[in-house]
Design a protein around this ligand. Structure first.
Ligand SMILES: Cc1cc2nc3c(=O)[nH]c(=O)nc-3n(C[C@H](O)[C@H](O)[C@H](O)COP(=O)(O)OP(=O)(O)OC[C@H]3O[C@@H](n4cnc5c(N)ncnc54)[C@H](O)[C@@H]3O)c2cc1C
Length: 749
């Protein structure tokens, strides 16, 4: 008999049983499929900075760098975005062949299976590079290297599946697509009606145990051209051929698309971005049971497998594409702000333009910092369940912010579509990144904190597992142990958070140099976050899952802390460059404002008023952080406006365009304008036009000609496309509407 257990823990145990959600077997499996990393340090309220600082910066091998410099560049040179999106609706056939020949579809497949065996960082660099030139090109490469089904086979496939499928996928002989999303079920995959029934059937002339499949999927990338579908469906075994369970659950299988009953080929138009995407259906398609990825023992474990595969892919594809878009926004908008003049000045000198320019620069720095840290952790072997969700949401959200800022600064130049417009293809594709791999509202409101908390909290999962123990005595015993550890941890964190908030002190690692203040304040916010999250669990329990707005704010605070930690890491990895300090300062001030706001709003919206009375004076004394100062914003904007090391680092590793393309013209004009700056300065000093200055002998003929070339180059950049009505009609020719219009006329009326 123990006093603590019987008189203190037992009533709390009873309350917790009712308040905390029980973990289902599937949820428990899905949770165990992912790892935590530095976000768990931030969640603990006392981050161990040495974990972050000791991580090696990601690097490319010589082969990986050669692949970027060679095949990636060659592939991009084959693609013309305007033609793909407005004329051919596909990559050129020779580009498809090139992708197969050079192994692009097998970047994640190990060399022993015929793939390129690239690191996560190299994979990410390739996606980033191609995305800087062509979204259809990048998506085509991304999908086979992301969810699947290559990643699923690598993680769960049987030896036979690996030796059969991986070499064929690596060589591009088989082209995969992954079909999860149904006609009826989007974010809630558990609602799908696509099903498979275990039965006997004929395969290669023999009767074998297998599955009869029926599905109706939509939005499936590469489905119109794929040769094998990784299909997610609900498996049933009504005749007990596999075991006793009838409803086995979500299962993933490999389905060749040349089987009778499989329909692929029709296409969707995803935001006018013409990568291959479309619906697929299957009617009574039979596959043998060993087509289940991982074999029959993985029947019903599809959700866990998907979560595990997503933990890798979600951290790479969209964050890399977003990093490219953010870098492109920085590259182009900084240059355009320099070459475009209004009211006699380059527009980048107006504070109104500097404000979005600074946001663009900071997003480019932070998103790429997050991408690098994520890749480094993936390359250390972590399956990043929470970080990959943070990166998916925040990279795509910041990409959207940066591209709309870039559009605002470019104004008419970016609005008018045509081959010269280098922003429209990215702008059009923004909603795709927001929607796929976990639509962003779900990712923010349900996944980052909702699922992340269970994984990343130092004690919560142990407590939930203890509550789920079938034996009541063992359950109470285990709960008693974890609960009191939790109490000890929370009490220490509460006092540390209070002390830190009131004194401004917090843990700083050794030799933090110019960014010691950032570490200090981040340590303070980590403690405040941990306390707020604990009070949210305490007062809301399982109901927190339904309070999505609270959950989202807590997720925002965690994500901002993670991205800022990544910024610190990047700054150190790149050699603590003096010229990047304004960027770090901007990112830090922006993050502190957002974290403070997220916690303030969380506390204000907790259902119990006493929580607010306790936490507000403890954690949030004084006024809230106001975000980056104007003078910091100006310095950061100038990093994009002026050629230099800071600008080069923000925009490194992008595809170099054809000099005659819209982007190529901009690069030339930017170079000419900055080279001619001393001449412009001379003209400003003497208050003369170029012609007057030449006539007065202030400019030589050569200098006069140089300025004329600059004007010509700038005019070429500011120019936009126009078309004859016939040309436009040609672009939007015949189309055949879907014959299976799903709304009967009577229902519509
Ligand atoms: C271009 C494109 C390519 C795709 N490629 C593939 C692919 O290759 N394979 C594949 O399987 N799928 C693919 N998808 C599907 C994509 O992943 C799904 O679209 C996505 O899951 C969302 O489904 P939905 O569009 O039906 O939206 P819905 O699920 O209907 O969601 C509508 C809105 O409600 C929100 N929402 C839903 N539930 C909640 C909740 N509980 N709380 C808060 N908000 C909620 C969502 O965030 C969204 O904003 C693709 C989609 C597109 C558009």
């Amino acid at each position: 008999m123990s006093f603590r257990k019987d008189y203190l823990t037992r009533p709390i145990y009873k309350w917790a049983k009712g308040a905390l959600p029980a973990l289902s077997k599937t949820e428990a499996e899905a949770i165990s499929a992912g790892d935590v990393h530095f976000e768990a340090e931030l969640f603990s309220g006392k981050p161990d900075w040495s974990m972050l600082r000791d991580m090696k910066a990601p690097r490319l091998t010589a082969d990986e760098q050669a692949f970027l410099d060679g095949p990636c560049r060659e592939f991009c040179d084959m693609l013309n975005s305007w033609e793909i999106d407005h004329a051919t609706a596909d990559l050129p056939p020779e580009a498809w062949d090139f992708l197969r020949d050079k192994g692009f579809f097998g970047m994640i497949i190990p060399k022993e299976h015929g793939g390129l065996g690239f690191s996560a960082f190299a994979h990410s660099e390739v996606v980033r590079y191609i995305s800087s030139h062509s979204i259809p090109g990048a998506v085509t490469v991304m999908v086979p290297n992301s969810l699947g089904p290559g990643e699923l086979i690598l993680q769960f496939g049987t030896d036979d599946q690996k030796s059969h499928w991986l070499p064929r996928l690596a060589r591009g002989e088989e082209l995969p697509a992954f079909g999860l999303t149904s006609e009826d079920a989007g974010s809630d995959a558990s609602a799908m009606r696509d099903d498979g029934v275990v039965c006997r059937g004929t395969w290669n002339g023999e009767e074998v145990l297998g599955i009869r499949l029926n599905w109706a999927k939509r939005y499936i990338t590469l489905s119109p051209v794929c040769t094998v579908l990784g299909l997610a469906f609900k498996l049933r075994d009504p005749d007990g051929l596999l075991g006793e369970e009838e409803d086995i659950g979500i299962t993933c299988a490999l389905v060749p698309t040349d089987l009778p009953g499989v329909e692929t080929g029709r296409r969707h138009l995803p935001s006018g971005t013409m990568f291959q995407n479309g619906p697929t259906t299957g009617e009574d398609v039979f596959v043998p049971i060993d087509h289940i990825i991982g074999g029959p023992e993985y029947a019903g474990r599809g959700w866990m497998m998907l979560m595990s595969a997503l933990a890798a892919g979600r951290g790479i594809s969209l964050p890399s594409q977003s990093a490219a878009a953010c870098a492109m926004a920085a590259h182009t908008t900084g240059a355009y702000a320099r070459v475009r003049q209004q009211f006699g000045l380059p527009i980048g000198l107006f504070e109104g333009v500097q404000e979005p320019l600074a946001r663009i620069a900071a997003n480019a720095y932070a998103v790429d910092a997050g991408r690098r840290l994520t890749c480094a952790a993936l390359d250390d072997g972590y399956k990043l369940a929470v970080i990959s969700a943070i990166m998916k949401y925040h990279a795509t959200t910041r990409m959207r912010e940066s591209i709309t800022d870039a559009m605002d600064v470019h104004s008419g130049k970016a609005v008018i579509d045509g081959p010269l417009n280098y922003l429209q293809p990215i702008y059009r594709s923004l909603p795709i990144g927001i929607t796929v791999e976990g639509a962003n509202i779900v990712t923010r409101n349900l996944i980052i904190f909702g699922q992340g908390a269970i994984r990343a909290h130092p004690h919560l999962l142990d407590e939930m597992q203890a509550l789920g123990e079938p034996d009541p005595d063992e359950s109470l015993e285990a709960f008693d142990k974890h609960f009191w550890r939790h109490v000890g941890h929370s009490t220490r964190t509460f006092f540390r958070a209070w002390w830190s908030a009131w004194t401004g002190r917090g843990a700083v690692p050794k030799k933090a140099g110019d960014v010691a203040w950032v570490y200090r304040r981040l340590s303070r916010w980590s403690a405040a976050f941990a306390v707020t999250a604990d009070f949210a669990f305490l007062t809301l329990g399982g109901a927190l899952k339904r309070r999505e707005m609270l959950s989202a704010r807590l997720g925002d605070a965690l994500s901002e802390m993670f991205l800022l930690a990544a910024v610190l890491k990047r700054w150190e990895d790149e050699g603590r460059r003096e010229e990047d300090l304004p960027l770090v300062e901007y990112c830090a001030e922006q993050a502190f404002e957002r974290i403070g706001r997220a916690l303030d709003e969380t506390i204000a919206n907790m259902p119990d008023r006493w929580v607010s009375w306790l936490l507000r004076p403890t954690l949030l004394p004084g006024s809230r952080s106001r975000g980056p100062k104007d003078r910091t914003a100006t310095k950061v904007a100038m990093a994009l406006y002026e050629p230099g090391a800071a600008r080069d680092r923000l925009t490194a590793g992008l595809h170099r365009p054809d000099p005659q393309s819209g982007l190529g013209l901009l690069e030339t004009a930017f170079r000419l304008v900055t080279e001619a700056e001393p001449l412009r300065k001379r003209l400003r000093e003497v208050r003369k036009t170029p012609r007057e200055a030449r006539d007065a002998g202030i400019l030589t003929e050569t200098e006069f000609a140089q300025l004329a070339r600059v004007d010509e180059a700038v005019s070429a950049v500011v120019a936009v496309d126009d078309f004859t009505p016939e040309e436009l009609r040609g672009m939007y020719r015949d189309y055949s509407p879907n014959p299976a219009n799903p709304i009967p006329r009577e229902a519509a009326e």
